[in-house]
Design a protein around this ligand. Structure first.
Ligand SMILES: [Zn+2]
Ligand SMILES: [Zn+2]
Length: 337
């Protein structure tokens, strides 16, 4: 049995679980369970998992699509708490490390003084000559302000654990690298990461294959390029972004620059773009379609549903597809295949 559960979806946090249990009657002898993104606090992830009957302790790994905050907010705490590996592309891992490592800026005078002291301490050992100046800080710092300590979102850590964790916010029990276009396996799950057009270091979507079933996760993409269209063929379940209604976005509260970013080819998929895919390209193979990453400011669930339903109704053969709307505030009932 393959089970897909959306714990949360939207700009305040994304996370879902793919699990596969092999065995005659579904009680099975082996099971694999992975968390895709950890965009909520560890505490909230665990709460939602228990709410849908998933045991956090049974997770085998966390997969990361990209390093945006709404996908990694509870990542380090959750991975450390469970002692499980985190799967990234190398570029996403590097970007994440930069993001969570506090940035300390010093003036040239401070740096020169540090260098002088270092040299003194080194004594007779030669110290290489310094560059004429330290790297200038970028004009527009892409690194957000350090987040409040996410540990506080989880169960209170033991006294011994605090200094360990505080030492390196990027510390993880284990890191595994994958590359878009190269499949890999975790237990009984086969995973095919594919590149998506989005403004992150190396963003990916995933196709999971188990028990002869294909499940696709494709959110956070500015448009639907041919490689993504190809990945979404012959899928039994598709979680697809339906981020915004174009009119709501245009008339909405976001600053112009943010509107431009969302609308760009590395932004997010609109209701119109998602339904155009369903109407023109989608092969109709999925039993379940999940509309996801709906914007709270620039979309309404009814608008996303209506656009997708219109697209499906235009092709009567697709009426058997079951449409679900993922929500930010509560998990979706687990979908069993
Ligand atoms: Zn993103
Ligand atoms: Zn996102």
């Amino acid at each position: 049995m393959v089970r897909f559960t959306v714990l949360a979806s939207g700009s305040k946090g994304n996370s879902c679980i793919v699990s596969c249990t092999t065995g005659a009657d579904g009680t099975g002898s082996s099971s694999t369970r992975v968390l895709v993104d950890a965009g909520l606090s560890c505490r909230e992830l665990f709460r939602r998992m228990r709410q849908v009957g998933e045991d956090p302790g049974s997770l085998d790994a966390i997969l990361v699509t990209h390093e945006h905050q709404d996908h990694i907010n509870g990542l380090a705490v959750t991975a450390r708490k469970l002692g499980i590996p985190v799967y990234f592309t190398e570029a996403t891992h590097r970007a994440w490390v930069r993001q969570v490592t506090p940035q300390k800026r010093i003036t040239y005078a401070e740096w020169a003084e540090q260098y002088r002291v270092q040299k003194q301490q080194a004594g007779s050992h030669p110290v290489p000559e310094p560059d004429p100046a330290p790297d200038p800080a970028p004009e527009h710092d892409p690194v957000p302000d350090p987040m409040p300590n996410p540990e506080s979102n989880c169960e209170p850590p033991s006294k011994q654990a605090i200094p360990q964790i505080a030492a390196d916010p990027a510390q993880l029990p284990s890191v595994q690298y994958f590359r878009a276009g190269e499949s890999f396996s975790i237990g009984d799950l086969n995973i095919s990461p594919f590149t998506i057009p989005h403004d992150a270091a190396d963003p990916v979507g995933f196709v999971f294959t188990a028990e002869g079933l294909r499940l696709a996760v494709a959110t956070d993409l500015g448009y639907m390029p041919p490689n993504v269209q190809a990945q979404l063929r012959r899928c039994d379940l598709i979680m697809l972004e339906s981020n915004h209604d174009l009119e709501m976005l245009r008339d909405g509260p976001y600053p112009w620059s943010v509107k431009q970013r969302v609308l760009s080819r590395v932004g997010h998929l609109s209701n119109a773009a998602a339904s155009a895919f369903l109407e023109e390209i989608y092969d109709g193979a999925a039993t379940h379609l999940i509309l996801a990453h709906l914007s709270e400011s620039n979309n309404l669930p009814e608008l996303a549903r209506l656009a997708a339903e219109r697209a499906l109704i235009s092709k009567p053969s697709l009426l058997a597809n079951r449409l679900h709307l993922a929500s930010q505030d509560e998990p979706l009932a687990p979908i069993c295949l």
